[in-house]
Ligand binder design. Sequence first.
Ligand code: ACO
Length: 402
Amino acid sequence: GFDVSKLRAQTGLVTLDSGYGNTAAYKSAVTYLDGEQGILRYRGYPIEQIAERGSFLETAYLLRSGELPTVDELATFRNEITTHTLLHEDVKRFYDGFPRDAHPMAMLSSVVSALSTFYQDSHNPFDERQRHISSIRLLAKLPTIAAYAYKKSVGQPVVYPRNDLGYVENFLRMTFSVPAEEYVPDPVVTNALDKLLILHADHEQNCSTSTVRLVGSSQANLFASISAGINALWGPLHGGANAAVLDMLESIQASGGDVDAFIRKVKNKEDGVRLMGFGHRVYKSFDPRAKIIKAAAHDVLSALGKSDELLDIALRLEEHALSDDYFVSRNLYPNVDFYTGLIYRAMGFPTSMFTVLFAIGRLPGWIAQWEEMITEPGSRIGRPRQIYTGVVERDYVPVEQR
Ligand code: ACO
């Protein structure tokens, strides 16, 4: 109803909304989030039900198409994805050029961006066939790209995908198999990772998804848009928080496990230290994903027979924070990232891969939202305004007179 552009034309006013805390940039039918009540639904389905009974591929299909697949639709989708898991041999040369200590997130975004050099049939976002094949290619290849990045970082030969395996199983095998030993994942690990990917699959207009939309709004292709999203996810205030949580837990452990001292530091805002994995822009009572993940952390660690001193530190931090007025008065609760790192670590992933796992999980949401935006009638380029605070006007002075 209310036309902001008309008001602006009449008054010259623009709205300043720091961090877009109260600005809806889009309409979307993909994900519903109620931050007050801690509700998250994909296409109307509660996250708890999908995580309990669904699969990641089914979730990817749901987010993109709007409906859960039938048995036949899921089989076709699975088959399409499986036939595209290989990377062109020339893509491997990119990894040869990266330094061995390159961060896997940097390799991920670079290689995804490079996909648009390999697929000329990806450049027109208004061509439905191109959108479809580009989406399938991305979903199929991202785990391969991620596993190759890991192999590069540990100096091992890459492992090619095996198409008789499930999505997650295949990724784990490409990551952890070595020439001398085929890795056969424990079903507990496969199921837990599948569940974690589901929980990360979409989260409405978060920083990376908004980035994908903003880049896509210029009608850039899907690979270019997703590559930008991966870079946005990397930062420690967003997807990078899962790695930052583990660094935090390790540093508390190294300093003798003194949780109280760390909490004091956070409350005093010493050196800008934050309790990583706590707080959320939208959730103000609890993060429903964190609830499910906390239970999964217990299950995975006990099934793998791993007792983790870091889990104990995390539990103590949470307990302390939830009864401390600093955190309670600011509505700071554990978010999705607080416990995920502990699970990834128990599975054998190094900290540098944690945010890559987040990216694999978030990909279906990025694709669904990019496509929703590009196909919406009347969709416009994203172009925020600003409040100018610089010098109003002055005369140019030639360099020799300054
Ligand atoms: N630890 C300590 N204090 C915090 C934390 C935290 N984790 N998060 C927020 N605060 C404090 C701020 O210092 C501020 O206090 P003040 O009012 O005294 O200045 C108040 O809470 C509000 O914080 P904002 O930064 O304004 O909250 P915002 O909505 O902008 O940020 C964010 C949300 C980025 C998630 C923040 O809570 C944070 O930095 N958390 C830690 C990083 C993290 O876990 N990120 C993952 C988010 S989930 C995801 O991306 C998947």
